[in-house]
Design a protein. Structure first.
Length: 368
């Protein structure tokens, strides 16, 4: 990278080039997911700059009993003259069997299924700002904690354990007790998966960037979203994830992406968004499209869970422990970690019935 060129200018040119060249020439409408965060707002700003007169359909999500960022997304949509849609989801889990049947993996947080399904009513071309966090240091809460837990003398295993401790909402302290006789859990198996990201000569922070890129983007969001787009015959474009922007992100120093002392990330994208006079409209707290899982559990999910685990196939086949499930699924006032774990277990039960025992219709609705 030339010293005289600002990173944000190179990134802007790269993203605009992708928008210009990947959007089908015959498109009369273009869709975009708009969460009111930096990444999706930036993509919308550059999309409008490249196509000043094209009709743009933007969409955001309003989850029941969760933080509502749709007012911010509406203001951003007005600035860039889009037809804005707010998708309101009362029962997040309602179409989980259909979504899992599409992605063929036991994930419960498949909000993208609902977004793509809704956008299909307006256009076959759908853009998103995915990739900004993984490429330019957006998970500041994780970096701060990881750097506090580790130092340059930390062993590979110590760094792996610290990385897992930065994902508290994704595991529970008694996790090894979840499983039954036919499925033995061992933390060493988890460490083995993560070892390549932390057993190398990279700096501690670079190792976290590498683990996040692979774990969250390359082996999670990308394949799942791709299957959803294919199912709905949608052309998906992720301008931030083009090869040139990925190369630029790798060339930037960590300090050019993340300021540890101020705990500010995505510095090049923050600088770039200032050119479009929308920084005051962007949500200050990072949320994205996220549902309040504790509120969801208390309102609908617990009842749905108890219905499907009344005669659980996973328990019958001794894959999961009946004692552990009963201990937590009947509790009130569960904290978010156990709620998230139970939601993951519900998704596993649905997946198991779809693909292993094959006694669940994918069109079945999870309603109470």
């Amino acid at each position: 990278m030339k010293q005289t060129e600002k990173p944000e200018n190179l990134i802007e040119n790269s993203i605009r080039h992708t928008i210009r060249n990947e959007i089908p020439k015959n498109s009369d409408k273009i869709g975009i997911s708009l969460s009111s965060g930096i990444d999706s707002t930036l993509v919308l700003a550059l999309l409008r700059k490249e196509f000043p007169s094209i009709e743009i359909e933007s969409i955001s999500v309003k989850f029941s009993k969760s933080t509502d960022e749709t007012d911010a997304s509406k203001k951003i949509s007005e600035k860039f003259n889009t037809n804005h849609h707010v998708l309101e989801i009362d029962n997040f889990l309602e179409e989980l069997p259909q979504a899992i049947n599409i992605v063929k993996q036991p994930f419960w947080d498949l909000h993208w299924y609902y977004l793509v399904k809704k956008m299909k009513n307006f256009t076959n071309v759908f853009l998103s700002g995915d990739g900004g966090d993984e490429l330019f240091g957006g998970y500041t809460f994780r970096y701060k904690k990881f750097l506090e837990l580790t130092n340059e003398n930390s062993t590979t295993e110590e760094k792996i354990i610290s990385y897992l401790n930065c994902h508290e909402r994704d595991w529970v302290p008694d996790q090894e007790l979840i499983f039954g006789d036919q499925c033995k859990f061992n933390w060493n198996d988890i460490y083995k998966i993560l070892r390549p990201y932390f057993s190398n000569s990279l700096s501690n922070l670079s190792q976290v960037f590498l683990a996040d890129y692979n774990g969250k983007l390359l082996h999670n969001m990308q394949p799942l979203y791709s299957l959803i787009h294919q199912h709905f015959s949608m052309t998906n474009i992720t301008p931030i994830q083009n090869d040139e922007t990925i190369r630029l992100s790798c060339q930037l120093s960590n300090s050019s992406k993340y300021n540890h002392s101020s705990n500010i990330g995505k510095i090049p994208l923050v600088n770039l968004i200032e050119k479009y006079d929308v920084k005051n409209l962007i949500s200050s707290q990072k949320q994205g499209f996220s549902v309040n899982t504790v509120n969801m559990w208390n309102s609908t999910a617990q009842t749905i869970f108890l219905h499907y685990f009344d005669k659980s196939r996973l328990i019958e086949d001794k894959i999961l422990s009946s004692d552990w499930i009963k201990k937590y699924s009947n509790k009130s006032n569960l904290d978010a970690r156990y709620v998230n774990k139970l939601l993951g277990i519900l998704a596993l039960e649905i997946w198991y019935r779809l693909f292993i025992t094959k006694d669940l219709n994918p069109n079945e609705k999870l309603i109470i």
